[in-house]
Design a protein around this ligand. Structure first.
Ligand code: FMN
Length: 161
């Protein structure tokens, strides 16, 4: 799928068939995250790909619909970088687009992850000094939402606001 097509198609998918995802595809998705822009090129990220059902079952307290995800990617950031939040966001968006391009559904699950950050860090063995920015479930989509977006004319200004 072309990059622009994937960007246009991407939506938060929260319903999966439960089918497994080949390791190569998960590597391709994480690779897209790794290649994101970052402040001063610090690349302050690491990614944990969880495919074991036991761990997915523990992480799904954040959102029970993650049950049927083929994998959950935990995005681990080093807050020593001044731009770690922006960098992490860039990496996550790249992965969402890559997942879409490969035909998978995914979702940025930060709102429900942050309140459980310490619990999930302990579960996943993430060092204390690092931050868990978000979980990103990846799955074979059972449905593809078509959430409406603001029209271009509403958000685009030429030359001046
Ligand atoms: C920073 C951030 C945090 C988010 N946290 C959650 C979350 O905790 N749970 C969830 O189901 N979706 C979460 N989302 C997904 C948004 O709800 C979703 O992107 C938004 O409703 C627009 O829908 P779309 O992704 O289909 O375009 C998050 C998205 C962002 C960018």
């Amino acid at each position: 799928m072309e990059a622009l097509e994937a960007i246009r198609k991407r939506r938060s998918v929260r319903s999966y068939t439960g089918a497994p995802i080949p390791k190569e595809d998960l590597e391709t998705i994480v690779d897209a995250g790794r290649l994101a822009a970052s402040g001063s090129n610090k690349q302050p990220w690491e990614f944990i790909v969880v495919t074991e059902r036991g761990m997915i079952n523990q992480l799904k307290v954040a959102s029970p619909w993650m049950d049927k995800a083929g994998a959950i990617i935990a995005v681990v950031m080093d807050p020593v970088s001044r731009w770690w939040l922006e960098d992490g966001a860039a990496a996550v968006e790249n992965m969402l687009i890559a997942a879409t391009a490969l035909g998978y559904g995914s979702c940025w699950l930060e709102g429900y992850t942050l309140p459980r950050e310490e619990e999930f860090k302990a579960l996943l063995g993430i060092p204390k000094a690092k931050r868990l920015l978000t979980l990103v479930p990846i799955g074979v989509p059972a449905e593809w939402p078509t959430k409406a977006k603001k029209p271009l004319a509403e958000v685009l200004h030429w030359e001046k606001y």
